[in-house]
Design a binder for this molecule. Structure first.
Ligand code: NZQ
Ligand code: ZN
Length: 388
């Protein structure tokens, strides 16, 4: 097992009606707050009104910035930084999904950073501190509600890049599964795919002695797989929505990565896809992950056999381990299809035209992945596999 440090200080408040507690949680950090949200789902659901009331009860002055798009843009981040600086805002509350939370994190870092925010995403500057942020999560998916990272798209060149720092972790995150009842089936499935991918990025490691984290990963995967069809068919099933919401947080709060080095190649490849084509991150992952698996499984057939057996219940064929490994990959594809995800670039409405460009941009700063190092030609081959 690798040495590790695990520290995740986000306070999690989980359950029915917990959004009503937001005022009391936020006021601890100051009386001037930026309320950051997306394209209107929180107004349609009534969540916006509840939040404003709870903040007002604590005498908090609210500054608002809505309009965060999925695959959040740096231009809005710059607007948010200006707003915070001009008004001495002390705290940012993100109400929405990963895009809103990531935009809030970037604003929080940009307020403290003395330079252009994009520097932090290009490695030209370092995050050293942030304004405190809190979240009310409305879609279980990205895991940004406890993660230390943010992913932002720059409209100039359509680069989608990440930055991270421990101070970016939200001070608190409110998770009420009822708030996810309004999610369309497609967004629910995109979120499910993303959380599965967060686990698989950690699962496929070269570290051998990680039994506990392997088993924790497998348990979380199985929980997601069991509950996914229920929430797709019955969006107001509170118990199943709860399992999915909690799994999404566990998938990305770093506990499942302890003692091992994760891969993250598929995520980096996907960011090229959603950066250019502006599709949902989860849908992009559904096209890339199976292709990545097919490309790398020979590197450690036994690990893929373990995955097939323990996650999908496939019997191990001792005479043909490769067959078992491939059956696990097929099962993964079948599952993604069953929840309505595209499993090829074609199905996602993307052709092969820009594969070379994505492979070049993705590897500009060096090879991707850790399980297997991927160079430009490898990334192009994986994208071509994803195109079949
Ligand atoms: O904008 P609104 O109107 O709120 O609508 C959103 C949006 O259109 C809608 N939605 C959210 N909650 C809803 C709802 N609609 C109805 N009812 C609800 N309760 O869903 C759409 C997608 O929202 P978005 O925030 O984009 O989804 P997600 O949480 O999947 O976030 C995706 C972003 O997170 C990044 C991705 O790259 C992508 O940009 N990631 C961030 C990570 C991190 N910071 O740690 C890690 C991830 O790997 C990922 O890269
Ligand atoms: Zn992801």
């Amino acid at each position: 097992m690798e040495n590790f440090v695990f520290q995740n200080g986000t306070k999690l408040i989980f359950g029915r009606e917990t959004e009503k507690l937001v005022g009391k949680e936020a006021v601890v950090y100051g009386k001037k707050l930026l309320l950051h949200y997306g394209g209107g789902s929180i107004k349609a659901s009534g969540l916006y009104d509840t939040v404003v009331q709870s903040l007002a009860e604590q005498g908090i002055e609210i500054f608002e910035l809505g309009g965060v798009k999925p695959n959040p843009r740096v231009s809005l981040v710059r607007e948010g930084i200006k707003l915070c600086k001009e008004n001495d805002i002390q705290f940012i509350l993100a109400v929405g999904g990963g895009s809103v939370i990531d935009s809030a994190k970037a604003i929080a870092a940009g307020v403290v950073y003395d330079g252009d925010i994009w520097d932090l995403f290009e490695g030209k500057g370092q995050v050293v501190d942030c304004l405190p942020i809190g979240t009310i999560l409305t879609i279980p998916a990205a895991g940004s509600e406890t993660s230390s990272g943010t992913v932002i798209t720059n409209e100039e060149g359509w680069y989608k890049r990440s930055a991270g720092h421990p101070t970016m972790r939200p001070k608190f995150s409110i998770l009420n599964p009822e708030l996810t009842f309004t999610l369309p089936a497609y967004q629910t499935a995109c979120g499910i795919t993303d959380m599965i991918a967060h686990i698989l990025e950690r699962y496929f490691t070269n570290e051998k002695n990680v039994e506990l984290t392997d088993r924790l990963c497998e348990a979380t995967l199985r929980t997601i797989i069991n509950n996914a069809p229920i929430v797709i068919q019955n969006p107001t099933n509170y118990e199943a929505r709860s399992e999915i919401m909690w799994s999404g947080t566990i998938a990305h709060n770093d506990i499942l990565g302890t003692g091992r080095i994760g891969d993250w190649g598929s995520h980096d490849i996907e960011h090229e896809i959603s950066g250019i084509y502006d599709i949902a991150h989860g849908a992009g992952l559904a096209t890339v992950f199976p292709a990545w698996m097919k490309y790398v499984y020979k590197h450690d057939v036994n690990r893929f056999v373990q995955f097939a057996n323990r996650v999908w219940g496939i019997e191990i064929d001792l005479n043909n381990l490769e067959k078992t490994a491939l059956a696990g990959i097929s099962k993964t594809e079948e599952f993604l299809t069953s929840i309505g995800m595209p499993i090829s670039l074609k199905e996602a409405g993307i052709g092969e035209a820009r594969i070379e460009e994505m492979a070049r941009k993705g590897t500009e700063k060096g090879p991707l992945g850790n399980f297997v190092k991927l160079y430009e030609a490898d990334v192009a081959k994986i994208l071509n596999l994803a195109n079949q």
